[in-house]
Ligand binder design. Structure first.
Ligand SMILES: [Zn+2]
Length: 354
């Protein structure tokens, strides 16, 4: 049995790993991704809406009782959906809520679990033949592919069906990667190994035409993105076509809305936004100007900035037919209470930063 010192050293190692992973935009964007450790019967899991990169500065972990949570998953009890009912209140003075992906961590028997929205993984996991493509690269490893399901109970049930006792790698369709190990160091090594095996060279994109973008934004509610890497989704026309055809992964819907708005050759930011709104949509958070770059709505928060860059990083790696999220997938995400809470925390955090 591990002593108190061992447990706090393990926790410190997890915080350090979380900070490193959270600071890499190719692994984690905004409040996405999460890490956990199981100590005795308690699962310490990243809290909903918090950012992994802040693990060294803020308390981002929340304790959840593991045995009753696992029973709830097995019984398909709706209480497993948000896992709030299983929080150890006396160890959670900040009143944090568990991640919406807590059940993913609970179902893996290993002590340490790391879940990332790795762009290398997503770019393969969003392709129509994802399982075969990834299978070639992860040959010999104990991995399982889990087709896209909304996080919460549906994803937990799909994982329970797909994994075997030795599985320590999950690739979640249109979503991301999970690695699990019995120590933090082993989890980090496995994460590096799998990401390395899935890595591909992104297509090189032309430079953005920022002068043209500034002219197109004049007098509108739009501005240049904070991260210049975000432009590549529009300057590379193949990436632009991939984005134009639908939504590739869940956090895109949450932070940027469903699909992407593509400006026509004669459009300004204002006219592209007006046309989208005339079709019954909200004013788009991001507008893609093919060959030129992207503009973001003036009030786009830090989460939207991170996901705008992610769209460029993912589409630059896609080289085959895409399996897009359906309108029903998007609708389920937007109308899910747990997800609304996570979005609200991002809005509050962005307001503090501004
Ligand atoms: Zn995720």
């Amino acid at each position: 049995m591990a002593g108190t010192d061992d447990r706090s050293a393990e926790f410190e190692a997890l915080r350090n790993l979380s900070t490193r992973v959270g600071a890499d935009p190719l692994l984690v964007q905004a409040a996405g991704g999460n890490t956990s450790v199981k100590q005795d019967d308690v699962l310490w899991i990243k809290a909903s809406g918090t950012w992994l990169m802040n693990a060294g500065r803020d308390e981002i972990f929340v304790p959840v009782r593991l045995p009753p949570l696992l029973r709830a998953v097995a019984d398909v009890d709706p209480a497993a959906e948000k896992a709030e009912a299983f929080v150890v209140a006396e160890l959670n003075p900040g009143g944090l809520r568990p991640s919406i992906e807590t059940t993913v961590h609970a179902l893996m028997p290993q002590r340490v679990v790391v879940h990332v929205h790795c762009v290398e993984t997503i770019s393969l996991a969003a392709q129509a033949n994802a399982e075969a493509l990834i299978g070639e690269r992860l040959k010999g490893l104990d991995w399982a592919f889990v087709p896209y399901c909304r996080p919460g109970l549906p994803l937990a049930r799909a994982i329970a069906e797909r994994r075997s006792a030795a599985t320590d790698i999950l690739v979640l369709g249109n979503h991301g990667l999970v690695v699990a190990a019995d120590t933090v160091a082993q989890a980090e090594t496995l994460l590096g190994r799998v990401c390395g095996l899935l890595a591909r060279t992104p297509r090189a994109a032309p430079e953005p035409d920022t002068d043209a973008l500034v002219r197109l934004a004049a007098g509108s509610d739009y501005r240049l993105p904070a991260k210049p890497e975000a432009h590549a989704v529009a300057t590379d026309l193949q990436s632009c076509r991939i984005a134009a055809a639908g939504t590739l992964y869940p956090d895109h819907v949450i932070f940027l809305g469903e699909g992407s708005v593509i400006a026509g050759p004669a459009d300004t930011a204002a006219s592209a936004a007006e046309r989208a709104m005339a079709e019954g949509r909200d004013a788009p958070v991001e507008i893609l100007f093919p060959g030129k770059g992207v503009l973001l709505r003036r009030d786009a928060n830090a989460g939207a900035e991170a996901l705008a860059r992610c769209l460029a990083d993912v589409t630059a790696r896609v080289d085959g037919e895409v399996r897009y999220l359906t309108a029903q997938d998007a609708h389920q995400l937007i109308n899910w209470d747990a997800e609304k809470y996570r979005q609200e925390l991002t809005r509050r955090m962005s307001a503090r930063l501004q």
